[in-house]
Ligand binder design. Structure first.
Ligand SMILES: Cc1cc2nc3c(=O)[nH]c(=O)nc-3n(C[C@H](O)[C@H](O)[C@H](O)COP(=O)(O)OP(=O)(O)OC[C@H]3O[C@@H](n4cnc5c(N)ncnc54)[C@H](O)[C@@H]3O)c2cc1C
Length: 413
């Protein structure tokens, strides 16, 4: 892609926090939608290649606004760095620059600040505005931004994360947004102080939210369908037996023994027949909590092998009827019920465009280099996990995604 730019950073008139002020006729080579770990990393790699690009969105918005305050990262430190070509802007580099003591697990606030520090490498190639709409425009695309400005781009990379994909099971649909809150909306756990809260689900989001809500002074019960909770890293001794450990687990630490090594090679995973690939993906990200959580959940009631069959309200209270006929009276239900990728839920993709994208049950079907069936349209991050495996759900996948995207864009040309 080197030297192929149509415009350079000189076309950008203002480099303010909002970055309003590109020329109305701005034509980019690449527009990246989303400034989370994937969008920022891809942007930095593209910029290093001299590509005329812009990353759109508020840096680390999902992590800063949608994850519960006080959260700790589930991924180990070695798998929690964003990617830049020289590996110079790692989490460790940030901690050294900010004079922060390295700690494990990594606190959410540290990670958000790290991402915001990392983003400075993009300089004026970051525009905090939201992309409202993407349309085809000849052989390229036209992006409409939140203030109505239109930008043209030859290529669009969707790195918009999982926010719109949160699942709210039908049984909770009749509860008000204050009564049934997805973990995604549960940033401020202090609001639950003194309340009775049922947390639904047995994954990291549910279990950590339960711990944080209980620590904020609520009475918490976890209700989970499975007959037991799973904990990540149960065989932690296997992680400390070098050189055998590195044969069993990759440093990304996604998935159990053996699978962890396989998923570290997403191009290899993409060659596995879909059915088996799906099984590997589901196994690698089965609901489980970090091993530092059980100690924080001792004061939380955990009900296993039960699901909620009915949820009704009387005044401000909620009555949950479980499938064994028992009932619970609570003030709030917190849904740790996960996410289901469905790109038609990205509001910026109009139906005309989505119709052209070949799908695998809501995920875009991607060829090598993250190419979708629409020429010039690419997807990275969680939406690429069905094609390239579970590494793409995690920050650890930013290195592969950024490098592979560059070769995909070169092929797309
Ligand atoms: C509770 C929870 C805990 C997690 N913990 C970990 C962990 O410890 N380690 C780990 O590796 N992963 C973790 N994950 C997974 C995590 O979501 C991904 O690793 C990571 O966010 C992927 O980065 P991303 O850039 O694809 O998505 P995001 O971080 O979601 O970034 C996408 C960005 O796109 C922006 N955006 C969306 N639409 C537009 C638009 N139209 N215009 C402009 N911008 C837009 C959003 O605002 C968002 O900031 C966790 C997820 C959850 C829900």
């Amino acid at each position: 892609m080197e030297g192929a730019s149509i415009v350079t950073a000189n076309n950008v008139l203002v480099d303010s926090a909002q970055n309003i002020g590109r020329t109305p006729s701005t034509q980019l080579d690449v527009a990246v939608i989303g400034a989370g770990p994937y969008g920022l990393s891809a942007g930095v790699h593209l910029r290093a290649k001299g590509v005329a690009l812009c990353v759109f969105g508020e840096p680390m918005e999902f992590w800063a606004n949608k994850m519960p305050a006080g959260m700790l990262l589930r991924s180990p430190r070695v798998a929690s760095s964003l990617s830049d070509p020289d590996k110079a802007f790692t989490l460790e580099a940030y901690e050294a620059a900010a004079k922060r003591e390295p700690c494990a697990p990594v606190p959410l606030d540290t990670f958000v600040e790290y991402g915001r520090w990392f983003r400075h490498q993009l300089g004026s190639d970051l525009d905090q505005r939201t992309v409202l709409r993407v349309d085809r425009n000849g052989s390229g695309f036209r992006l409409t931004l939140q203030d109505g400005e239109e930008i043209r781009a030859k290529y669009v990379v969707v790195a918009a994360g999982i926010g719109p994909f949160r699942k709210k099971p039908a049984v909770f649909q009749n509860l008000s947004p204050q009564q049934a809150i997805h973990c995604y909306e549960g940033r401020d756990v202090r609001r639950f102080a003194g309340k009775r809260v049922a947390v639904i689900g047995g994954g990291q989001s549910a279990l950590e939210s339960a711990a944080l809500i209980q620590e904020a002074g609520a009475q918490v019960e976890i209700i989970v369908r499975q007959d037991h909770l799973n904990w990540i890293g149960q065989h932690s001794w296997l992680h400390h037996m070098e050189p055998i450990s590195s044969m069993l687990y990759s440093s990304h630490d996604v998935g159990p023994l053996g699978i962890s090594r396989l998923v570290a090679y997403p191009n290899l995973v993409s060659l596995i027949p879909l059915k088996l690939r799906d099984r590997i993906r589901t196994r690698a990200v089965r609901p489980a909590g970090s091993r530092w959580l059980p100690a924080r959940l001792t004061a939380v009631k955990i009900t296993t092998s039960r699901s909620v069959s009915q949820a009704t309200t009387s005044g401000d209270a909620v009555t949950l009827k479980l499938d064994d006929g028992s009932e619970r009276q609570v003030d709030h239900v917190v849904l740790g019920t996960g996410y289901r990728v469905d790109i038609s839920k990205y509001e910026f993709l109009p139906e005309e465009l989505t119709r052209e994208i070949k799908l695998l049950d809501g995920y875009p079907k991607l060829a090598s280099g993250f190419r979708s069936s629409v020429p010039g349209l690419y997807f990275i991050g969680a939406t690429a996990a069905r094609s390239f495996g579970p590494l793409l759900y995690f920050v650890a996948g930013t290195e592969f995604a950024s490098r592979e995207l560059i070769s995909g864009l070169s092929r797309g040309r």
